[in-house]
Design a protein around this ligand. Structure first.
Ligand code: SAH
Length: 345
């Protein structure tokens, strides 16, 4: 795709109006509606041919191409390997829950954060995704599966708060009435703990759910797993979570990937409960226990018995904890691994 063309799916309606200053407002509305259905210019049949030709000349629609698709025979989970216009590959997963269909999307191609257990970061960072490339993952998956997607989690490849401006624009675009109209309350943003950006996000006053990847309750151990902890330690992270709650009133969710012999004994569960109860009194929070997905080369694994013991130890101390149901286990639905294989990383 030529760099001189405008990335039209990243534009707000008012930006479209500026770009197409001679078009009446109802045309802008029609165009925005089509773009947010995942249509090509050819499919926008109620727009004048001349207008469509003009658009195709000056702009492009950044929809990803489905390179591979895997459907779980167990639970219907669908995993996509997408190719972007410059050949970068990313992944999305569509999961069907009772409360609605949820898509997990990527926010970057690769990742800089270096978490030791994660496949997405092992081969470094390529680039940020544009708002349109995040939106495109939802549109293409929705059209391809025929499922109406009602929930989004930013838990795929990348660190969303390291691509802050594009992620904010994506959140605003995807929640517009004239577009996909997915409410911000139905969107979760997951971060490894980019503290300065958590404060910035709190100030946006968007009612998204903040998910924080914690994975350990002491600085020494967390730093060994997650290099970001050397920059912002646990105390500064939890202080930011408290401010986020105070400003938004939204419950905080903590992710804890349970890893055998690393962070899964009862003492560590007690330490986690004391940490959260001590640091976040009177703040509603929830711990999501994720049996770690084994990534080639890491040696990390998880035992379900310990995951359950960990959960009951937390609950005994009044911490609300659930074990994430493993969806798509037959299609390797955890993130980052298809990208690595496809791009020979
Ligand atoms: N960068 C963001 C979002 C992407 S990762 C973040 O760190 O939160 C989404 C979640 O999956 C995070 O909680 C991450 O720590 C977790 N994760 C990464 N690799 C995993 C693995 N191999 N097994 C289980 N969870 C993993």
């Amino acid at each position: 795709m030529s760099n001189t063309k405008t990335d039209i799916l990243s534009l707000f309606p008012e930006e479209l109006a500026t770009l197409l200053e001679n078009e009446p407002s109802y045309r802008i509305k029609q165009l925005f509606g089509w773009l947010h259905k995942g249509a090509t210019f050819d499919e926008m049949t109620n727009l004048p041919k001349k207008m469509r030709e003009n658009l195709a000349e000056k702009t492009y629609i950044a929809l990803p191409e489905i390179l591979k698709k895997y459907t779980s025979k167990i639970d219907g989970t669908v995993k996509y390997l997408y190719r972007l216009h410059d050949g970068q590959c990313i992944e999305s997963v569509v999961m069907q829950y009772k409360h609605g269909n949820t898509i997990c999307i990527s926010s970057q191609a690769g990742c800089k954060m270096g978490c030791k257990f994660c496949a997405s970061t092992q081969n470094g960072f390529a680039r940020n995704l544009t708002p349109s490339e995040m939106l495109g993952q939802v549109l293409v998956a929705q059209n391809d599966t025929g499922l109406r997607i009602s929930n989004i989690v930013l838990m795929g490849i990348g660190e969303p708060l390291d691509n802050y401006d594009n992620v904010m624009k994506f959140l605003r675009l995807v929640s517009l009435d004239e577009g996909l109209n997915i409410g911000l309350r139905h969107i979760s943003l997951s971060t490894c703990g980019v503290v300065d950006k958590i404060y910035k996000l709190a100030d946006e006053n968007l009612p998204v759910t903040l998910s924080v990847s914690l994975h350990h309750s002491t600085d020494e151990d967390r730093s060994a797993l997650m290099p970001i902890n050397k920059k912002w330690n646990i105390d500064s992270l939890l202080t930011a979570c408290k401010v986020f709650f105070d400003k938004t009133g939204r419950r905080i969710s903590f992710e804890y990937a349970v890893i055998s012999g690393v962070n899964d004994n009862e003492k560590q569960a007690n330490a986690l409960a004391s940490l959260l109860n001590g640091k976040l009194p009177n703040i509603p929070f929830h711990v999501n226990l994720i049996p770690v997905n084994t990534v080639e080369g890491t040696g990390f694994k998880s035992g379900i018995k310990n995951v359950m013991l960990f959960q009951s130890a937390l609950e005994k101390r009044g911490v609300n904890a659930t074990i994430r149901r493993k969806l798509g286990s037959d299609i390797n639905a955890s993130c980052g691994q298809l990208r690595r294989t496809e791009m020979n990383l």
